[in-house]
Ligand binder design. Sequence first.
Ligand SMILES: *[C@@H]1O[C@H](CO)[C@@H](O)[C@H](O)[C@H]1NC(C)=O
Ligand SMILES: *[C@@H]1O[C@H](CO)[C@@H](O)[C@H](O)[C@H]1NC(C)=O
Ligand SMILES: *[C@@H]1O[C@H](CO)[C@@H](O)[C@H](O)[C@H]1NC(C)=O
Length: 179
Amino acid sequence: MCANHIVLIWIFVLLYSVVKISSRFEFTNIECTSLDKKFDDFEYCYLKSINRSYKYLSLKVNLFKTPVTKVKVRGTLFKRYNGYKPFMFNATVDACRFLKNTKSNALASYFWDFIKPHSNMNHTCPYDHDLILDKLSVGFVNQQATTVLPFPEGAYFLETYWMAYDIDRAVVKVYGTLS
Ligand SMILES: *[C@@H]1O[C@H](CO)[C@@H](O)[C@H](O)[C@H]1NC(C)=O
Ligand SMILES: *[C@@H]1O[C@H](CO)[C@@H](O)[C@H](O)[C@H]1NC(C)=O
Ligand SMILES: *[C@@H]1O[C@H](CO)[C@@H](O)[C@H](O)[C@H]1NC(C)=O
């Protein structure tokens, strides 16, 4: 009986590791749109494939009304069923408050860990410079996403609205698949 349990546990561990190893994230697209060209615009925003295993996204947004002292971000995750449907969260974070204490919001903190090592946004408000996300690689996302918070397979996109002074200024959509 004890042996049976051990076998069961082994099967479970094996299955779990197989599922985890086979779950792989890929970027499929990125779209960046300024909603207020007097306030900000994208200098670049692209996905780049160096080879089969090295693919990254980079973007740079120019800010025209610096310093920016009030920033909020609304993030919504969509998953494709018959068309994309909101999935798991649709949440707004006061970015300036969050950056003062990045442990204050678990969801924001999860996504911040992806961005922080690859961005010049890694300081508290105000922002008085262009914002850069530099070479966020699919390998890094995989390392973060599949070990920390396993998601079911499928096609997703993360939509983020960037607000300054409570007005939508830009929207960034990152598309990907988990297989
Ligand atoms: C992919 O490109 C990166 C960066 O140039 C390189 O370090 C890596 O070895 C390459 N991988 C393969 C499989 O060619
Ligand atoms: C997300 O929430 C905002 C405000 O709470 C709402 O305006 C928006 O329609 C919601 N988006 C979705 C896809 O449900
Ligand atoms: C932000 O990131 C840059 C580059 O990685 C680093 O030099 C700097 O010390 C970081 N700043 C903070 C406040 O962590």
